[in-house]
Write a protein that binds this ligand. Sequence first.
Ligand SMILES: Cc1cc2nc3c(=O)[nH]c(=O)nc-3n(C[C@H](O)[C@H](O)[C@H](O)COP(=O)(O)OP(=O)(O)OC[C@H]3O[C@@H](n4cnc5c(N)ncnc54)[C@H](O)[C@@H]3O)c2cc1C
Length: 411
Amino acid sequence: MSAIAYQYPEEIQALRDGLAAFIHAEVIPRHEANASLLDDEHRRFTPDGRYHPDVLRLMREVRAAAAKAGYYAMCVPESLGGMGMGYLAWFAAWEQITTSCEGRYWLGEVTVSHWATGPSPVLEHLTPEARERLLPGMMRGETTMCFGMSEPDAGSDAMMMKTRAVPDGDGWLISGSKIWTTNSPYADYCIVFAVTDAEAAAKRKGGISAFLVPTSSPGFEIQRVIRMWGHAGGNEAVLSLQDVRVEPWQLVGKLHKGFATAMLGVNLGRIYNSARAVALGRWAIHQALEYAKIRKTFGKPITEYQGVTFPLADSAMAVHAAHLMGLNVCQLLDSGHPARKELSMTKAFSVQAATQALDRAMQAHGAIGMTNEMHLCHSFLRMRMLNVADGTNEILRRTIIKEMLDEGVDL
Ligand SMILES: Cc1cc2nc3c(=O)[nH]c(=O)nc-3n(C[C@H](O)[C@H](O)[C@H](O)COP(=O)(O)OP(=O)(O)OC[C@H]3O[C@@H](n4cnc5c(N)ncnc54)[C@H](O)[C@@H]3O)c2cc1C
C-alpha cells in the first residue's frame, strides 16, 4: 500500500484487524474446504442457474458467523440494533475484506451486509410492523432481501419504469416486471419500486413509491435466473409481479417519494464498490509484479522491460489516487456533506482504475493470466460489471457535469 498521511481512528483500525482475522478464521478455511464446489462452475450452480443449496448454506454460515462476531450489521443504525458505524468504516471494512480475500475467496463477500441484500440504513424507512417482521431474521443473517428498481425499459432512466401500484382498499396491487435484481433468486423479501402517481412520475416530480414484498407473496415470481459474465448461473434474475397485494405496513418511506430511499442505498453501494476496486486494483498490481520478477524472456526477468512495468506504474498511480478519493469522500459524507459530485468521481474513477489494473496484470502474465487458477480473470469480470452497476460510468459523469454547471467548477 502506498504511504498515506491520513490515519484511521483507532476503532476503525481495530475493525480492520478484526475483519482480517475473521476472514482468516471463518472464510478462507471454509472456502478451501469447499473449493471444488465453490470454484467449479459445473458444481456451483443447478441446471436452472441457481446456486447449489450447499453454496447457499455456506453463504448463510458466513453471514451468521459475521453477525455473531458483530461485523454483519456494523453499518446498520443503532435504532435498528446495529453498530451505527459510518461511511468511512464501511469503506475501510470493504477494502480490508477484499484485500484479505485476495481476489479468490468470494465467500467473504457476505461478511458485511450489503444494503441491497441485507440490513442497512435503508431499513430505517420501514414501518414499525415491517421492522418487527423483517429485522430479527435479517440481523442474524438468516434471511435476505433484494432491491427491485431496474426494468427491461428502465435502467439509468429509472423514472421510465412501468411497474404500477394501484390502490386496492387500504392497500395496493402491484403489477410489472423487474430485471437484474441481485440476490432475488434466493431472497425472502424484495423492496419493489412502483409508480403510484403517474402524472408526477411523467413530470419527474416523485410519483414512485417503494414497498416491502415477501417473495412468497401470491403473484410474485422469479421468471428466470440471468447467467452473467460467462457463468453457468447467477445472482441476478428477471421478476414478474401480477396483482401482488401490499398493505400500508409494507410501504417503505413516504408515499410517492421512493427515490429518496433508493439514493440512500445507492450511495452505500458506490462506497462499497470504490473500496473493493481499490483493494482488487492493488492486489492485481502485486500479482503482476510478483510474476514479473520470476518470469524470464530473452535471458532476463520481464521486470527489465518497461513495456511490462510502466503500465503497472500507471496503475499504481491510479489506485493510489482512488484510495485517497475514497478516504476523502467518506469523511465528507460522514460530516453530512452530500458529496454527490465527489462520490460520482470516486466510484467512476476507482472502478475504471481497477478494471484497467486487472487487465494490465493479466497482460503481464501472458497466457497464464487468462487461466482460472490465477483468479485475475474472475476479478476482472467482477470489476468490469461494476462499470455498469450502481450508476454507469456515463451516468456518473453526467452527475459530475450537472453539479459543475449548477454549482460552478469547485475543484
Ligand atoms: C451486476 C449487476 C447487478 C445489478 N443489480 C441490480 C439490482 O439489484 N437492482 C436493480 O434495480 N438494478 C440492478 N442492476 C441494474 C443497473 O442498475 C442498471 O444496469 C444500470 O442502471 C444501467 O441501466 P441499463 O443496464 O438499462 O443501461 P441503459 O440505461 O440502457 O444504458 C445503456 C448505455 O447508455 C448509457 N447512457 C444512458 N443514458 C445516458 C446519458 N444520459 N448520457 C450518457 N450515457 C447514457 C449508459 O451509461 C450505458 O452505457 C444491476 C446491474 C448489474 C450489471
